[in-house]
Design a protein around this ligand. Structure first.
Ligand SMILES: [Fe+2]
Length: 325
């Protein structure tokens, strides 16, 4: 077997080749290393036929869509994933084979709802479910600390302690670890009580990834640019606002204090994707000063499954004119 680990900053991806079939598999390819995967395939004389994504990435742009198009490779993800170009869905317990390489999917939600670990013989690709000395965070869209606890302690850590695992993030240059070593040394795994684990994750207070919303749009948006997504975003005119619609004010605190919108939920634009749990129920109307930021935010929410989110066309000027007529 050919095995290459490709790092881009803290992001880890993997190139696996089968010498018999001359086929290769990529795990979590990163757009920043696209050319390196192509060079590896050429150097080893292999054809990439499968791209496995352990989950929907929210901190970098995946190369899966671009490489799938370019190489006519299949992209496989868990059925819970909203990634539109993942044509193959791998259910929990299902095994996918490429030549002599076999990958068994273990659904391990928590970091995201669509997180999977992939077991291949003597190694496990853990995505962001389990990291060396850490775990994935659970405060990004679809994250859930309780589910991560269950995935770790009821699934991953029940596997053979001697199993080597390879994470999707590693920041200190380490290549792999074993499950047994993590059970002893990993600080996050010392909180084995579910409530304690959830409280530990809740109290981490991590800053959002720098390119969170843009990464989500790139990975979920079928190759459309931000300008295209914004252009196509659903909008509502101020005259068509209805009491059943739930207003979400995306302006900064100073603007809101100066001219509040009665009844609106206030979530500043830069915090929206980290605070999805605070969104009101029902038909969402996003409001910002000009309507443009709200349009892009509505596009992002739609990609994340909030199919009724719309932007108030014309922003606050439209809102104010409606109030005075
Ligand atoms: Fe992740």
């Amino acid at each position: 077997m050919i095995f290459e680990q490709i790092a881009n900053g803290g992001c880890q991806s993997y190139f696996l080749g089968c010498a018999d079939s001359r086929l290769a598999v990529l795990v979590d390819p990163n757009m920043a290393r696209r050319d390196d995967y192509l060079a590896l395939a050429t150097r080893h004389g292999l054809t990439v036929s499968l791209i496995l994504e352990t989950h929907t990435h929210a901190d970098h742009v995946s190369a899966s869509r671009a490489l799938a198009e370019e190489l006519r490779a299949e992209v496989a993800m868990h059925p819970a994933s909203l990634v539109p170009h993942a044509g193959r869905r791998l259910k929990d317990g299902e095994t996918l084979k490429v030549g002599m390489l076999g990958f068994k999917a273990l659904h391990t939600p928590g970091h995201t709802a669509d997180s999977m670990c992939l077991q291949m013989d003597d190694r496990l690709f853990t995505g962001d479910t389990l990291l060396i000395g850490g775990t994935g965070r659970t405060d990004l869209p679809t994250g859930d600390a309780g589910r991560l606890h269950d995935s770790l302690f009821n699934i991953v850590l029940k596997l053979d302690p001697a199993l080597s695992f390879y994470p999707a993030h590693e920041y200190k240059g380490r290549v792999s670890s074993t499950l047994g070593a993590e059970l002893v040394d990993n600080p996050r795994l010392q909180k084995r009580d579910r409530a304690d684990f959830v409280e530990m994750m809740r109290s981490l207070g991590l800053p959002p990834p720098s390119a969170l919303a843009a990464s989500l749009r790139a990975n979920l948006g079928s190759g459309r640019s931000d300008a295209e997504l914004k252009e196509a975003a659903p909008r509502v005119a101020a005259r068509n606002l209805h009491p059943r619609m739930a207003l979400v004010d995306l302006r900064g605190p100073d603007a809101v204090a100066a001219s509040p919108i009665a009844g609106a939920r206030h979530i500043p634009l830069g915090e929206l994707e980290m605070r999805l749990g605070e969104l009101p129920e029902g038909e969402l109307v996003l409001v910002c000063e000009t309507g443009e930021g709200a349009a892009l935010a509505a596009a992002t929410l739609n990609l994340l499954g909030y199919k009724t989110a719309k932007a108030l066309h014309g922003g606050m000027a439209a809102w104010r004119s409606q109030r005075t007529t």
